[in-house]
Design a protein around this ligand. Structure first.
Ligand code: F3S
Length: 638
């Protein structure tokens, strides 16, 4: 057995470990962050449970910590009060980024984690099955200890060779993205094996697992070894170590080989993480801003490598360099060893430990500017500046380029950090709050609005196409996550007004005018984050079905959780749909119950096509009841 199935087999509650089958697995840990957490906890509240049913549930505040109005503080206080009521650990703002903190403090080999953030797979570095999901799925996992998913197939990445001197973990995953593309990992687990494992530190492995999300993968996983053990010792958690690896004769569904000795520094060009080229190809490109941090590259070794390059040098006069360490402990470590002083002396700005610029929360680049970032995504507009160009790079390339003022990988020998000692971490427990009082009153500020609920499935549904879009529509397109909108993540009616605003600013008005209807998309619809709002908003706007050539995994689940039909069409039928024409879906009850194709009639010319909808029994129930919350309310259970 491969490692992924070994872990899953110990957690299997329902179904069989056969790729494509619906399975239910026991969940040991959950995490939420503030951007998706408010909705997840509103949903948890609606389920009426007392204490969470998992070993460890953590509520992080890391996305939006700016307090330029009351909205964010309202959300933080709401999350804190719910955490106290249900026995959830609360991580205060300033403690750091959820995935970095989870890795340092709670991740354990062989355990399962589900988180309302698409980069939850970061903890796969620790030999966990760690999966990103929508807030409602995480709420159900907290309430019941179970999570349902389509059993993924397993891809083996065989790491060979000795890592080239200036190649980093970021280059490993950018190389894989170049090979497989942003949808190459859909419904797959990426499992790393091979002699090259010893070339990668635990936090290198975390970087690679983190950006497995950009492949669309269900998750990524590394075996555990001495490197894992050393990291746990460094964190003061040696007792959590368990050795885990695939059987010698393990089988995989696919295999790719990555020769670490052939890797060179790489960059992903705007506006997609798989638009990867060697840095040397763009050498000399003038830059305006450099951001080092995010859940991808904010570990202590990443920070130390950047500090070594910056030490005794000066950031170019026309460049703004900002650095956000991944956790308060990392910041303390940097301070203790003097690396923080080296960074500041170079002219770098040190930001609060959190997501910050990654989500456009401050530090928006210059208009038409070029920003080098160590983050995981470079979708258009995500930085907060719509016409800026964001390039994804390693911390080493970021630091070097910040000094030079242009993109480069021409390192000098004394910039190389040979050996990073595993000195024990300064553990900061003061940011974690563990309180439990089932009587605690939940705080609801005026910014917090109820969760939208769908209607039960009708037998026929008539409506207009409110929007037709192309391939690779991301959740950022569906509901932008910029700094002006993030404070409204618990206020769906307000967010709805901005849905698709960067694609077609009439979408909202059309939905209101038409009383809902349909959306038509191309390939990989809903890629990107786990943001449930990208389904909650269409639910609020009474969108009943989305036709697309293919759907991103988490978004498809979020649509079903909201009672919205994710209907698959082929390329030819994409042309069947015209903006603003009226269509009718017929025999919906029978088609959903018996997994038959859905008949779609164009009411303008009476032409007909069929769209595919393959649902598991559990998904069927959700669609029939108009969403998971309705189904839980009526039927109970998970
Ligand atoms: Fe935060 Fe960006 Fe990661 S928003 S959780 S640092 S992808």
């Amino acid at each position: 057995m491969n490692l992924a199935y070994k872990i899953l087999s110990t957690k299997l509650k329902s179904g069989e470990l056969v790729a494509g089958q619906q399975i239910g697995i026991q969940i040991d840990q959950t995490l939420t962050q503030d951007s998706t957490g408010t909705m997840a906890y509103l949903q948890l509240e609606a389920m009426g449970i007392e204490h969470v049913a998992v070993e460890k549930a953590v509520a992080y505040i890391d996305h939006n910590m700016l307090q330029t109005g009351f909205e964010n503080m309202d959300d933080h206080e709401f999350i804190r009060s719910v955490a106290k009521k249900h026995g959830i650990t609360f991580s205060k703002p300033g403690n750091g980024v959820c995935h970095q903190l989870q890795l340092e403090n709670f991740a354990k080999p062989g355990k399962t984690l589900v988180g309302s953030d698409s980069h939850t797979p970061t903890c796969g570095a620790m030999g966990m099955i760690a999966i990103g999901a929508g807030g409602l799925d995480v709420a159900v996992a907290m309430a019941t200890g179970t999570y349902y998913l389509q059993c993924p197939s397993v891809v083996r990445v065989n790491l060979v060779g000795k890592k080239a001197k200036w190649a980093s973990a970021k280059d490993v995953i950018l190389y894989i993205l170049q090979q497989l593309s942003v949808k190459g990992g859909v419904n797959k687990i990426i499992e790393y094996t091979g002699e090259g494992l010893k070339e990668l530190s635990l936090t290198d492995r975390a970087t690679i697992c983190n950006m497995g999300a950009e492949l669309g993968a269900t998750t990524s996983v590394f075996p555990t070894d001495e490197i894992t053990k050393e990291y746990l010792i460094q964190q003061g958690r040696e007792e959590d170590y368990v050795e885990l690896k695939a059987d010698e004769d393990a089988t995989y569904d696919e295999e790719i080989i990555v020769d670490l000795s052939k890797l060179v520094p790489l960059t992903a060009k705007p506006h997609s993480p798989d638009a990867v080229v060697p840095v040397s190809e763009l050498k000399g490109m003038k830059i305006n801003q450099v951001v080092i941090g995010s859940c991808t590259n904010s570990s202590l070794p990443d920070m130390l490598k950047a500090a070594k390059i910056l030490k005794g040098r000066r950031v170019a006069t026309h460049v703004s360099l900002v650095i956000a360490p991944g956790s308060s402990s990392i910041l303390a470590m940097l301070s203790k060893c003097g690396a923080l002083a080296d960074m500041i002396a170079s002219g770098a700005r040190i930001l609060e430990c959190g997501c910050g610029p990654c989500i456009g929360m401050g530090q928006a680049p210059l208009s038409k500017g070029v920003s080098l970032r160590t983050i995981n995504r470079n979708f258009k507009g995500r930085s907060g500046t719509n016409d800026a160009s964001v390039y994804l790079v390693s911390p080493e390339v970021a630091a070097l380029s910040a000094i030079k003022g242009y993109l480069t990988d021409e390192f000098e020998d004394d910039m190389y950090l040979d050996d990073i000692e595993n000195t024990p971490f300064v553990k900061n427990k003061n940011f974690f709050i563990d309180e439990y009082d089932p009587q605690n009153e939940v705080y609801m500020g005026p910014n917090i609005k109820p969760v939208p609920r769908g209607d039960k499935l009708p037998d026929t549904f008539k409506g207009k196409v409110c929007l037709k879009v192309g391939d690779n529509i991301s959740t950022d397109h569906i509901v932008p996550s910029d700094s002006k909108l993030l404070p409204y993540r618990s206020n769906v009616p307000h967010l709805a007004k901005f849905s698709f605003c960067k694609v077609d600013d009439q979408f909202y008005n059309r939905c209101i005018e038409n009383g809902g209807g349909f959306i038509v998309g191309g390939d990989n619809y809903g890629q990107g984050s786990s943001r449930e709002h990208a389904a909650l908003v269409p639910n609020y706007l009474k969108i009943k079905a989305i036709f697309a050539i293919s759907f991103a995994r988490i978004h498809r689940s979020n649509l079903i959780n909201n009672g919205i039909l994710p209907l698959v069409i082929n390329q030819k039928d994409y042309d069947f749909f015209n903006d603003q024409d009226e269509y009718e879906l017929i025999n919906l009850l029978d088609s959903v119950e018996n997994n038959k194709d859905i008949t779609v009639i164009n009411k303008t010319n009476n032409q007909t096509i069929t769209a595919k909808l393959k649902l598991s029994p559990r998904e069927k129930t959700m669609i029939q009841y108009g969403g998971l919350l309705n189904a839980i309310k009526e039927l109970g259970g998970d």
